[in-house]
Design a protein. Sequence first.
Length: 132
Amino acid sequence: MRRDFSRLLILAVIISIGALLPSAAAGQAAAKPKRLHAPATVRGLVGGESHDSYVVRVPKGRSLTVEISWRSEDNNTASFSVGKSPNFEPVSFGKEYSDGKKWVGRVPRTGDYFIEVVAHPAAHYVLKVKVK
């Protein structure tokens, strides 16, 4: 009887831990983007499976410019993407320059625009965001 209770308790603990893991991972993935007020220059370190995310509000008809540079170490790279939603759904406007290190787009609708920075394997980066 006592042996069955112990097994049941262990099983309950395992199930509880298993149920918590997906929600903990989802909480990490849904980190709130840092609000920027253009013009802005941000310095950061990112790498591995992580990313840094930012959001900037841009009025309709204004030009949004995003540029990235990074400290070159052991063939590392950094890049960014511009999205129209917190899940970084890509925008359908704008153009890349300088091998993807610069992006410029005329904003078709007032709203929040999201910028995600990633690096491989890791990079100290400088991100510049301008609205004109």
